[in-house]
Design a protein around this ligand. Structure first.
Ligand SMILES: [Fe+2]
Ligand SMILES: [Fe+2]
Length: 190
């Protein structure tokens, strides 16, 4: 069943996202082959999450708000301020509605790939890591993070979450509450 969904998502990718975004998704699929073997996670599940995660990333802000309202998704104050933050939740809800997908790991991974969530799920952690560290990303320290994530899924997740917070603070961007929650969870708050 997952195979068919993946093939379908690959087809609609062609008109749902920009060329650069499609390339980003493609690179994640490539990296996921070795990564999934290394950390013993299902490539199929991870690939499905990868193919879905940014499908709605290039949809206009007003449309994201509209779709979220129609599907009854809760819109937080932060998401109202920056509707692009809804693209993961909308993609997750799309998987649920369109394919009756019930795998909570995949749904959570897609919904929270930008912020991370407090979780021990390998699929969620893998998606967040690959989204940040796919081989096309070139930020300072990326290679160090890749080496850590190769050694340990847990340490990789810790470092990627840390990097998200550091990056946001350094650039004067928003810090997502879920990212902070995740950081505290990884520091032992359970
Ligand atoms: Fe995204
Ligand atoms: Fe992404």
């Amino acid at each position: 069943m997952y195979r068919q969904v993946i093939e379908y998502l690959k087809t609609i990718r062609k008109f749902m996202v920009s060329r650069q975004r499609a390339a980003h998704i493609q690179r994640m699929e490539e990296d996921a082959r070795e990564f999934s073997k290394l950390h013993k996670v299902s490539y199929e599940k991870l690939q499905l999450a990868i193919c879905a995660h940014d499908l709605f990333r290039d949809i206009e802000p007003e449309k994201l708000i509209k779709i979220s309202r129609i599907w009854g998704l809760k819109i937080t104050k932060l998401e109202k301020f920056a509707p692009v933050l809804l693209h993961g939740k909308v993609a997750s809800e799309y998987l649920r509605n369109r394919f009756n997908l019930k795998d909570i790991e995949i749904l959570d991974a897609v919904a929270y790939h930008t912020s991370g969530i407090p979780t021990d799920s390998s699929i969620v952690r893998s998606l967040v890591i690959l989204d940040t560290l796919e081989h096309g990303r070139t930020f300072k320290g990326a290679d160090e993070l890749r080496a850590i994530a190769k050694r340990s899924l847990n340490e990789g997740y810790v470092e990627v979450i840390k990097n998200k917070i550091e990056y946001a603070l350094n650039k004067g961007l928003l810090v997502l509450p879920k990212t902070v929650e995740t950081w505290n969870f990884l520091r032992g708050v359970r």
